[in-house]
Design a protein around this ligand. Structure first.
Ligand code: PGA
Length: 243
């Protein structure tokens, strides 16, 4: 896994945006898989700016969103769908109906949701470029510690750490116990796999991700199995690395 350390969150996000833009400019009909959460927000700002300045053309690309809290939908501020539409999809010059695929966390048939998203990914011959934040417990999407790495799209019970940390996204109390997510099987097969982390609070999990043993107990370590994986960090998140 390539490690790219930038001075701060802003510079890190610009570099990530540049890698994505470069990929799309080389292969406009790519499938992107993008995470919600806090870490990608500045990258999204740079992507929107580049789209406005016509430095990139997303009109032939497809987007699959990484995950959703089971039981939440777009009317809940802080849900994954709300975050991605508000900060990215609605601001890009794309046809969201045709180009974006999202899990419906409110669906009564979650297995069908998983199949629908599996088919969308399969129909594009897999994910081209994938952008993932790293959870405090090393989860990628809702691929929680000790998940089966062979899973495609799946419903996963939430790890206690995810439940606690997750409260930061919501203005109101939400009772979430599971997530629906693109599984590690798809994520690890991405043609380019980008992990991002910033701030001191991520320094410990970043150290484990890069220097720890590769183990499904820390799902982010599994990203090292992808030979085109890269992690972008700010200096604080990189502060506990040995080298
Ligand atoms: P964050 O979330 O970007 O809000 O830190 C990362 C994650 O839990 O996947």
């Amino acid at each position: 896994m390539k490690v790219n350390i930038r001075e701060n969150y802003d510079a890190m996000s610009k570099s990530v945006s540049d890698q994505i833009i470069n990929y799309i400019n080389n292969k406009p009909e790519s499938l992107l898989c993008l995470a919600g959460g806090d870490t990608p927000l500045k990258t999204f700002e740079y992507l929107v700016k580049a789209d406005e300045n016509k430095e990139v053309d997303f009109s032939k690309a497809k987007f699959v969103s990484l995950d959703e809290w089971v039981g939440l939908g777009s009317s809940t501020k802080g849900s994954c769908v709300e975050t991605l539409y508000t900060h990215l999809y609605d601001k890009l010059s794309i046809n969201v109906e045709k180009q974006v695929c999202f899990f419906d966390g409110l669906s009564e048939d979650l297995d069908k949701e998983c199949k629908r998203v599996d088919e969308f990914i399969g129909g594009s011959n897999g994910i081209d470029i994938c952008l993932l934040g790293i959870g405090m417990n090393g989860h990628l999407g809702f691929n929680e510690p000790n998940v089966d790495p062979e899973l495609k799209c799946s419903v996963i019970p939430l790890d206690p750490v995810t439940k606690t940390v997750g409260a930061k996204y919501f203005d109101e109390d939400v009772n979430v116990t599971a997530g629906i997510t693109v599984g590690l099987k798809h994520l690890l097969a991405s043609k380019e796999l980008i992990l991002i982390a910033n701030a001191e609070k991520k320094a410990e999990i970043v150290k484990k991700t890069i220097e720890g043993k590769i183990t499904i107990e820390v799902p982010s370590t599994m990203a090292r199995k992808n030979e085109n994986s890269v992690i972008y960090l700010d200096e604080e998140a990189a502060s506990k690395l040995e080298k």
